[in-house]
Ligand binder design. Sequence first.
Ligand SMILES: Nc1ccn([C@@H]2O[C@H](COP(=O)(O)OP(=O)(O)OP(=O)(O)O)[C@@H](O)[C@H]2O)c(=O)n1
Ligand SMILES: C[C@](O)(CO)[C@H](O)COP(=O)(O)O
Length: 238
Amino acid sequence: MRCWAIIPAAGSGSRLGADRPKQYLSLHGATVLFHTLSFFLADSRFSQVLVALAADDQLFRHSDAAALPVQTVVGGDTRHASVLAALRALQGRAEDHDWVFVHDAARPLLLASDLQQLFTTLKDAETENFAGAILAVPVADTLKRVANDGTIEATVDRQGLWRAMTPQVFRFQALLTALISSESRAIAVTDEASAMEAAGHTVRIVRGRDDNIKITQGQDLMIAEQIFAWQRQQGWRD
Ligand SMILES: Nc1ccn([C@@H]2O[C@H](COP(=O)(O)OP(=O)(O)OP(=O)(O)O)[C@@H](O)[C@H]2O)c(=O)n1
Ligand SMILES: C[C@](O)(CO)[C@H](O)COP(=O)(O)O
């Protein structure tokens, strides 16, 4: 049984509105993508790291990430399609029961302690009958549903609500089947767990670190810079 890492990096970063896709923005002297790919390459438990790039990506080959020993695949118009493309690239090499860890390129602050929590949880997958696990954090704010005119329509009960993060880890064949099924049924999934849930699988939540943020909008890059510096100061990253 082997482990594979899939890094979806084919997005355009439209919500952040930078001058390039956010995975190519600089974070403490290297691109966001370089940090994320390097993290998984440094862990010998992974047989290979695959990165899904946009079909028209012109930046990767000129970036610091181009020198890394990863397999590139052409991603799709959605994150779902990009992950599916990477899974299809594994067909013929990955065994059905291999674990596939999917992690957003835009989450460069993942720490080894969180990854280890996932590996430890997976040891119980067979005996406790769950299909995989995801990092997540409980919602701490009051949630509002807002109308188009900017007024509050409702307050959403946050009891039991968690924010899904990545890595999300599932068995190769089960994940491939679930994503193909979601695609064929035109079910829009924004994470792998959604597809697995729709396929009837049980997914385990692992309480992750709050600083495993996804660089998405507003001041996220500045926040990531601060977190990165603090993690380094704590000795949690090189
Ligand atoms: N067609 C897509 C869309 C997204 N992603 C990747 O999925 C991760 C999470 O997606 P998101 O944060 O939404 O990134 P973007 O799609 O780039 O952002 P936006 O929605 O603001 O354009 C990112 O690493 C992104 O590169 C991908 O591989 N393929
Ligand atoms: C996978 C994910 O990061 C979990 O929160 C999130 O769903 C990605 O969504 P995005 O809109 O593609 O950023």
